[in-house]
Write a protein that binds this ligand. Structure first.
Ligand code: BG6
Length: 477
């Protein structure tokens, strides 16, 4: 479906998310002609610089990111700024005057901290801006626990129906994450063995090499479990584990995802000590470059985790008894997000060498693709010798060209009115419902983070957790 003419209003237009993700995505989409000519982008700023100054600033940031000048110029032609306080409808006169064409799709992106979501939603409503078919886009994190997420969802529901509320989890916009749906449901080969019958266990790793990245204030209040697991990692798990939806309709897909979240066995009380690990990085080195520890970067000691690993189970017929290990962390040895599926061993080996189990690795980033590991005979005439070898399908070699960034896809989906790749209210709340007891358990049992050296793959306790089950973490390649 073509993208209709739109007015996209961004609150937090001089913030990091706008500069690093939203503006570049729009530059790209406009240069491809996907967003129609007449569309407008309106940035809300509180005070300070002139429009020219703001645009110059944006142009500089976009150039730094390698975007081309003519593309930046056509974006800037569509960009304007208005001064308003997004939590106060009395300041929205100019914005209201600017949005003078009710025939356009209108979307408001709250690229702001979540404490502004409730006042902003109310103020936009108060200013009469949420009429017609207006949409509201909320960036993560949606609250910091179940009750604050509910409060946000309730307040938003008062001013706007769920069908016009778009909660971003940018992992859903990644090409490979969508390809997970295709891999599972457009191929019969894997789906038949996608269960406890054939799968021994699953590992989901989202490893980053970056540290605090000037987000100390945000990150130290949040930590890895809330920042990454509550949303991105659990969303990957949902797409991996859900039952086949009966259509690709937004609600059909989201119904299945929420069932996975609800079937996750709670980890609570003392179990947090057994089935979860918290870590915090110390100084170390990544790719030969020394990096400081978290406390040094932050400038003080902190009990926040920058790494977490969990051992989960999904209590359903399909998944009963299959451990699912999740881990994510900052300042790890490599940037790598992947889902590694280990199949069961052969029931009886006729070879002297024990065959290793088959493993399917779905690489989300970088070098996105799919790898299937199986056993082969070493060529030669001696005794039968077995080795594992990998069938390696990479998207860049399969398709060439650039991979669009997640936000490119998500922004145009909002304008088109497609909610498939956005989190529905019940999903967000179910995910918090799983995360909250873990945090409570950590607090109750003083589970302070274990140290790990920057450049490693987390504390030894995370290795211990999986080795206790007689398994080991897949080495990222
Ligand atoms: C964000 C987190 O949601 O995702 C960040 O807040 C994290 O801490 C980022 O670095 C990772 O996104 P990506 O697309 O780089 O994997």
């Amino acid at each position: 479906t073509p993208v209709p003419v739109c007015d996209l209003v961004i609150a937090g237009a001089s913030g990091d998310l706008a500069m690093r993700k939203l503006f570049p995505a729009l530059v790209q989409r406009i240069s491809e002609g996907v967003i129609p000519e007449a569309s407008r982008i309106v940035g809300i700023v509180r005070s300070g610089e002139t429009e020219d100054g703001l645009k110059d600033g944006a142009a500089t940031r976009l150039k730094e990111q390698g975007l081309k000048s003519p593309d930046i110029d056509s974006f800037l032609q569509r960009l304007s700024y208005v001064r308003a306080d997004v939590s106060d409808s009395a300041t929205m006169g100019d914005l209201n005057a600017r949005l003078d064409d009710p025939g356009r799709v209108r979307a408001f992106y709250l690229a702001t901290p979540p404490d502004l979501f409730i006042p902003a939603a109310r103020a936009l409503k108060g200013a009469g801006l949420l009429e017609h078919d207006s949409r509201l886009i909320l960036e993560k994190p949606l609250g910091r626990n179940l009750s604050s997420a509910r409060a946000i969802n309730d307040a938003v529901a008062e001013v706007l129906p769920e069908g016009r509320t778009y909660r971003i989890d940018h992992y859903l916009g990644k090409e490979t994450v969508q390809n997970l749906l295709v891999l599972r449901f457009a191929n019969s080969l894997f789906e038949r063995s996608w269960s406890q019958r054939d799968i021994d266990h699953v590992q989901i790793t989202v490893a980053e090499t970056v540290g605090l990245e000037k987000r100390a204030d945000y990150y130290d209040r949040v930590g890895a479990l809330r920042d990454m697991v509550q949303n991105h990692v659990l969303q990957l798990l949902c797409l991996f584990a859900m039952e086949p939806p009966n259509t690709l309709d937004a609600d059909a897909v989201r119904d299945e995802k929420v069932r996975v979240l609800r079937a996750l066995r709670p980890i609570e009380g003392r179990d947090v000590l057994r089935y979860t690990v918290r870590g915090q990085y110390m100084a170390g080195s990544i790719a030969g470059r020394p990096v400081p520890g978290y406390a040094d970067e932050l400038g003080r000691d902190s009990g926040t985790e920058t790494f977490t690993a969990l051992r989960c189970e999904i209590d359903t017929w399909r998944w009963g008894g299959v451990p699912i290990y999740l881990r994510t962390g900052k300042r790890m040895g490599a940037r790598c997000s992947e889902i590694a599926v280990t199949f069961k061993s052969v029931p009886h080996s006729i070879f002297r060498d024990n065959p290793e189990p088959n493993r399917l690795v779905i690489r989300v980033q970088p070098d996105d693709g799919v790898q299937l590991q199986f056993m082969m005979k070493v060529p030669g005439s001696g005794r039968l010798k077995l080795v594992p070898r990998t069938l390696d399908l990479r998207y860049d070699t399969a398709f060439g060209g650039r991979t669009p960034d997640a936000y490119e896809r998500l922004l145009t989906d909002v304008i088109r009115g497609d909610q498939t790749l956005f989190m529905r209210r019940d999903e967000v709340e179910a995910a918090w419902g799983f995360v909250d007891p873990i945090i409570e358990g950590w607090n109750e049992f003083y589970a302070t983070p274990h140290r790990y050296a920057a450049g490693s793959f987390g504390p030894s306790q995370a290795v211990g957790m999986i080795e206790r089950d007689g398994r080991s973490w897949a080495e990222p390649e």
